[in-house]
Design a protein around this ligand. Sequence first.
Ligand code: ADP
Ligand code: ZN
Length: 763
Amino acid sequence: MRLVRVAVPVPALDALTYSVPDGVADPPVGARVLVPLGNRIITGCVLDSESSAERRAPSARGDNSQLSSPNLQLQTSNSKLQTSNAGIKPIIEVLDGGPFLPTDVLKLATWVSNYYACGIGDAIAAAMPPWALKGVRSRFRTTRVAALTVQGHDSRDLRLGARQREALDLLAGSPDGMDTAELAERGIGAATLRRLASLGLVRLSRRAVERDPFHRGAMMSAVARTPHTLTAEQADAFEQLRELVARQSFQAVLLHGVTGSGKTELYLRLAEEVRRLGRGVLLLVPEIALTPAVAGLFRAAFGQRVAIQHSGLSDGERHDQWQRIRRGEVDVVVGTRSAVFAPLPSIGLIIVDEEHDGSYKQEESPRYHGRDVAVVRARESAALVVLGSATPAMESFQNAQSGRYTLLSLERRVLDRPMAAVRIVDMREEYAAAGPDVTLSATLTEALAERLERREQAIVLLNRRGFATAVFCRQCAATLECPNCSVTLTVHRAARRARCHYCNYSTGIPKTCAHCAGPYLEQTGFGTERIEADIRERFPAARVARVDRDTVRKRGAIAGVLERFAEGELDVLVGTQMIAKGHDFPRVTLVGVISADVGLGLADFRAGERTFQLLTQVAGRAGRGEIPGEAIVQTLYPHHYSIRHACRQDYQSFFAEELAFRTAMRYPPAVALINVIVKARTEQAAMEDAGALAGALRIGGEPYRVLGPAPAPLSRLKGEHRAQFFIKGTHRTSMKNALVTVLASRPEIRRRTIVDVDPMSVL
Ligand code: ADP
Ligand code: ZN
């Protein structure tokens, strides 16, 4: 009996074994197959087959040795085909004649499933384009096309109606045929074409058309690219990068360049270099907001040979772009984290821009970190990986210090532009002087007025959306809470709803307290919607727009707003961290940060790092043009080290102080961390099940520590109770293997368990 192992897109399932019926050829590794599962038929992906396993054995071993990660060994030992044949069902159909996923991508997905301890099906699904596992063979968009047949070309002597003759004349001018929709516009309807087809004069067929995401929202209008003359610092870095990329072997570089130091220019030149070597380039950027601008730049530089892959595209566009990459029609892929799986052949360079950004981490299964997967992919492809940031992640900078990554630094802005001057406003003094309702300090208001007068632009950032963050009853002290989650509802005034930011539950804004029926409801806390309203009220003539997840729900909306801002059609941009990163707006001379400490109060070990990054990045948005910039930071904790170091834009000092804290508290990068969350219907059940797992991990003498369980900070989410515990240690693989073994012995709990390896957030 010939057997194949198949990954199916069902959470927390390992690979399943099926047989290949007689008379059916072995499906290729990476091909999709239809298989029975329970009483369903689903689409899976072939991981390995008996004969292919034998054939590939030597080369597979060779490939593995390139990957120093011990995690692959786990895979090899797991990957033995089931030995007992009882109960094995045959596959129903082979959907692809060759590998749908290229082998290297398949291997990468397998690495992800091992490293992050998730089901192989989840990892494979993450690497697939939309619909690939939905059992549908092709989702290309097609149009109906009419074309002349040979007889049609030779129809001069036939007696035909005027419409029919007109149709033939039109088609005679289009050797490739014409879209029936276009013909209809010219008055030639379906009936005419059908009649001509029945006479054998016209052939009607369907043709695939590509959905092109470049023509709208996905890209800011590309300016023709005039390469800059590199600064001395840039030239120095570029020489080293060029030397590394020419080696065509695995190399990892951390490019630590202050904001405005011209990293993008280096990316473009390096990409050109790699293309000249005949190898592919993958550029990863953080979520949505950045893609349009960067994609535009790369499109301008590389024309048609660029594809984009990100969550802002429609499924159809993503599918078509993926297929273009798979067909080998592009050399450069620009995309967000899932683009790390793009089926780009012979990769020579992977760039992870703003590598510290939290959006590289996927917060659902598979919980992978796009940057870390990028490093693994580069290693497998013998490629150069460049991690770029003005505020590198603690992990990355430590890797640079320990010599695992080569560190390249750009310490100055291009054209000797000064860094923005940063002023701190102590909001405690502001409240004392102007009352507790102040959102814009006098300093910031004054600075905004100056900018508006001088026709310069300003960015105002608050990392919290909505109008008010809570509804509070002054009579009984109750707050308006989500019925499904342990959080308060946020007031969205324009939408007239109070909404949960975790499960999206919403309700009308109440006038009386649901608890005591009192009419004394007060809205407390504030978000971006309120800031926008306050700025409009204070400066009625100013052109203000807001960018956050509420305003950019619609695809393409963000590119529109950013483009208007870039064109100078807006004066003030209010937004969440979406506007903090990456953008290059030369006319912005003021950045205001409201409540810089949002987040510092959170019980998350990365809170200080995140605050430092956000403030440094946002200050980096000011003064990128001719006129020097200024940043005004409002905070209740002016002396917190994150805020102090960010205001001086002093990364090294921040890193040293933060690393001391992480080491003392035994947090990453000093140790490896795994967060385990168990969900259950009651708090007690969640605690008990989490306790059972944690207990089984404490076997005595284990090379790690287990902390907890305790109710998770978000103890209720979407109606489920959650308990969590942590595994800390210096040897990640043994921690994870122990956990995987324990979970395998408790399949019923495993189904309700979230495993987060290297968590970005523990809230
Ligand atoms: P970073 O990504 O490091 O923050 P950018 O790459 O966005 O910085 O560069 C900032 C600005 O400087 C951009 O407008 C870019 O076009 C410009 N720039 C880059 N390199 C040079 C150079 N060598 N000379 C002049 N301008 C440059
Ligand atoms: Zn909720």
